[in-house]
Write a protein that binds this ligand. Structure first.
Ligand SMILES: *[C@@H]1O[C@H](CO)[C@@H](O)[C@H](O)[C@H]1NC(C)=O
Ligand SMILES: *[C@@H]1O[C@H](CO)[C@@H](O)[C@H](O)[C@H]1NC(C)=O
Length: 128
C-alpha cells in the first residue's frame, strides 16, 4: 500500500507541465495586425500550471512581465488568452502590433523557471 502511494506521488511529479524543447519559435506578423503566441504543456495535465508571459527587447536584455500581470503599459488591452478554457494552454494573441513589439517573448512556469518556451515575434514591413 505504501509503495502504491509513493508511486502515485512520483507519477504526479512526472506528469508536470513541460512547455517546450527550448527551441525558439519565430512568428511573423505585420504592423497593425495581430499575432498568436503559442504556449502549452505537452501531454495531459492534472494540475493547472502557474504560467506567465514576458517580453524582452534587445537591448536591454531584460524580460518584463506582460501577462497576466503587466509591468509596463505598452501591451495594455492588447493581449488576450486564445484558449482560456483549456487548462495547460496559455496561448495568447497580441493585437494592434507595432514595430516596437518585435522582440523575444517567453512563456514561463512561475513554479519552475527552467521550464519555459521562447517565441521571437517579427513585425515586418515597418519603416524604422
Ligand atoms: C505554484 O506555487 C504556488 C505558490 O507557491 C502554489 O500555490 C501552487 O499550487 C503551485 N502550482 C503548481 C501547479 O504547482
Ligand atoms: C492551444 O490553443 C491554441 C488556440 O486555440 C490551439 O491552436 C493549440 O492547438 C492549443 N494547443 C494544444 C496543445 O492543444
Amino acid at each position: 500500500m505504501q509503495t502504491y502511494v509513493y508511486l502515485l506521488v512520483f507519477l504526479h511529479i512526472a506528469d508536470g507541465c513541460t512547455l517546450g524543447d527550448y527551441n525558439q519559435i519565430i512568428i511573423n506578423a505585420s504592423p497593425g495586425g495581430s499575432a498568436v503566441l503559442p504556449c502549452s504543456c505537452a501531454g495531459q495535465q492534472d494540475t493547472v500550471p502557474n504560467l506567465k508571459w514576458q517580453y524582452r527587447k534587445d537591448p536591454p536584455h531584460v524580460f518584463y512581465d506582460i501577462y497576466p500581470i503587466e509591468e509596463t503599459d505598452r501591451f495594455k488591452g492588447r493581449i488576450q488568452m486564445v484558449n482560456a478554457d483549456a487548462p495547460g494552454n496559455f496561448t495568447i494573441q497580441i493585437s494592434h502590433l507595432t514595430a516596437e513589439d518585435e522582440g523575444t517573448y517567453q512563456c514561463q512556469d512561475k513554479n519552475r523557471t527552467s521550464n519555459y518556451r521562447l517565441v521571437y515575434l517579427k513585425v515586418k514591413g515597418h519603416k524604422n
